[in-house]
Write a protein that binds this ligand. Structure first.
Ligand SMILES: *Cc1c(COP(=O)(O)O)cnc(C)c1O
Length: 397
């Protein structure tokens, strides 16, 4: 199957994707689609975005040769350092681009939903920079667990609205954000945080994240005079992974590997590995793999890292898996924690718990990657996670 022309007009990647939203949101979705397509070719918009990415976010991020870790496990590993982006992760690439797009559409207000708070902080940052009003929806349970990120958003001038219904977590916050959008479509843009949701979001977020892959492709060719044997990334909704994969998809010899959160192990049922344990279903605007019960209700997921804790996965990943261009595996909480401490000890880099899943997977499968050239996308830094990891380690003793 040809890859280049996807998604189609209706936002389908093969059988996956689409646009499942209520009638009331269609005008906003259409406007977004039109503006995005126009701005992709708009020199002024692209230059403005490039300038912010360079001078504000700190791009290009380095491609770093992890020499000690490579020696220890007998592979040749390069880390794409998204952890060095302003605000500490890749999420700012997308948030900044979407808020800039909102401004071009004449919107004065952006809204977002957040679980762990990382996407909320990225959106609040971009809104502060570009002078738009910002409101972030967050479950009260998540607000309690992530009080520091709540305060961060408030410092940035964002209004954080606690959602006290349902499970008081991300799923409920998303529903509330949609309700807000329906009521305020005229002046408001909804900044979605990953390559998920109704068309054009998965496509648009991929394009905004593809800067990671574009840079990494050039950097590895310069450093090694060849393409890598494998590119590895963790997969929550799938934005950092699709961002780095996108440049390598055409080079069929490069293995693309997505790592999901295996939680306490697939057998225990406490995980977030949608490909290992899910079925195809429609959820929050799109058709993709989904962890669901026999009635099609989305299940609660379990992972040590909040950023990978989501019942579904971006539709383009489902497609890449179906056509066997990418493969998907998972790392358990334990493997992720091992990745977290090993990278800290060997390279002096404390990774985000999300990214630690990719590192943990690689270490567990080191034998398979012997003598190979690998790029691992280090999606974020672990400052936000050190207290949680400290508590886990103390409890293990
Ligand atoms: C949110 C987050 C992720 C997961 O999101 P994707 O859309 O799958 O990239 C991964 N890593 C970090 C550091 C995050 O903050």
């Amino acid at each position: 199957m040809k890859y280049k022309n996807i998604p189609d007009q209706n936002g389908y990647f093969g059988d996956f994707g689409g646009c499942f939203v209520s009638e009331t949101l269609m005008p906003a979705i259409e406007e977004l689609k039109e503006t995005f397509v126009k701005m992709r070719k708009d020199k002024k918009f692209q230059n403005e975005l490039k300038s912010y990415l360079k001078n504000y976010v700190g791009r290009p991020t380095p491609l770093y040769f992890a020499e000690k870790l490579s020696k220890k496990f007998q592979f040749k590993l390069y880390l794409k350092r998204e952890d060095l982006c302003h605000t500490g992760a890749h999420k700012i690439n997308n948030a900044l681009a979407q808020v800039l797009l909102a401004k071009k559409m004449g919107k004065t207000r952006v809204i977002a939903e957040t679980g762990a708070g990382q996407h909320g902080v990225a959106t609040a940052t971009a809104a502060s920079l570009l002078g738009l009003k910002c409101r972030v929806y967050m479950g009260t349970e998540d607000m309690r667990r992530q009080s520091l990120n709540v305060f961060r958003m408030q410092l940035l001038g964002t209004e954080v609205i606690g959602i006290d219904s349902g499970s008081k977590t991300l799923k409920d916050a998303i529903n509330e954000a949609f309700r807000d959008w329906v009521t305020h479509v005229k002046d408001t843009h909804y900044v979605l945080g990953t390559a998920f949701g109704a068309h054009p979001y998965p496509y648009m977020v991929r394009e905004f994240m593809s800067v990671i892959g574009t840079e990494a492709y050039k950097q590895i060719k310069k450093a090694e005079k060849r393409l890598p044997d494998a590119v590895i990334a963790c997969v929550g909704g799938g934005s950092n992974a699709i961002g780095i994969f996108s440049s390598f998809i055409k080079d069929k010899k490069v293995r693309l590997i997505g790592v999901e959160a295996g939680g306490k192990g697939i057998e225990s049922g406490l995980h977030a590995a949608r490909f290992a344990g899910g079925r195809v279903g429609v959820f929050q605007g799109t058709k993709s793999y989904l962890l669901q019960d026999e009635n099609g209700q989305a299940l609660t997921t379990h992972s040590v890292s909040a950023g990978l804790d989501y019942a579904s996965v971006g539709p383009e990943h489902s497609f890449l898996r179906e056509i066997k261009r990418a493969s998907y595996s998972y790392a358990t909480d334990e493997e992720a924690l091992n990745g977290f401490s090993t990278l800290a000890k060997e390279e002096g880099i404390i990774p985000a718990l999300e990214s630690s899943h990719a590192v943990g997977y690689l270490i567990s499968h080191a034998e398979e990657f012997k003598n190979q050239l690998i790029i691992l996308n280090l999606s974020g830094r672990g400052d936000k996670d050190v207290i949680q990891v400290k508590e886990i380690m103390e409890n293990m003793q």
